[in-house]
Write a protein that binds this ligand. Structure first.
Ligand code: DAT
Ligand code: MG
Length: 139
């Protein structure tokens, strides 16, 4: 089995609520290696690249605004099937109905804003992972 890399983001809601450590700890405890870590407040250009697939959707503008609203922690995790594993740890996109035991299910709910503040992002395929890692860790 090949080793994969995935991009994990702790979104501004996760960082401002002080959940960064708890979230990253779950991924490490599952057995994946933290290969890189940084904190930054992303600009619009970076976010537009990252979320290019969602351009034109009704939640696109509120999503970019939310993601630019404060510091985000970006991490690269490594290991066998880490892409699938992190998506499973994160839980469903809508945090209100994400299963208990998942990051979104345990820590998240709909905060009544237009965009879902769902704590984390995880790449959804090897191609997305490499594309997203290049965007967030370009320096
Ligand atoms: P995921 O983050 O689970 O991969 P996605 O790629 O479909 O979900 O969407 C990217 C982000 O956009 C998601 O984390 C939260 C927001 N989003 C998705 N669908 C939404 C919706 N129907 N209403 C509001 N925000 C949404
Ligand atoms: Mg996605």
């Amino acid at each position: 089995m090949t080793t994969e890399r995935t991009l994990v983001l702790v979104k501004p809601d996760g960082v401002s609520r002080g959940l960064t450590g708890a979230i990253l700890a779950r991924v490490e405890a599952k057995g994946y290696r933290l290969a890189a870590l940084e904190q930054l407040t992303p600009g619009r250009e970076l976010l537009a690249e990252h979320y290019a697939e969602h351009e034109g959707k009704p939640f696109y503008e509120p999503l970019l605004e939310f993601m630019a609203s404060g510091p985000v922690v970006a991490a690269i995790f490594e290991g066998e099937r880490v892409i699938e594993a992190f998506r499973s740890l994160a839980g469903a996109t809508d945090p209100t109905v994400a299963a208990p035991g998942t990051i979104r299910g345990d820590f998240g709910r709909d905060w009544g804003l237009k965009v879902q503040q769902n704590l984390v992002h995880g790449s959804d395929s090897p191609e997305s992972a490499e594309r997203e890692i290049a965007i967030w860790f370009s320096a």
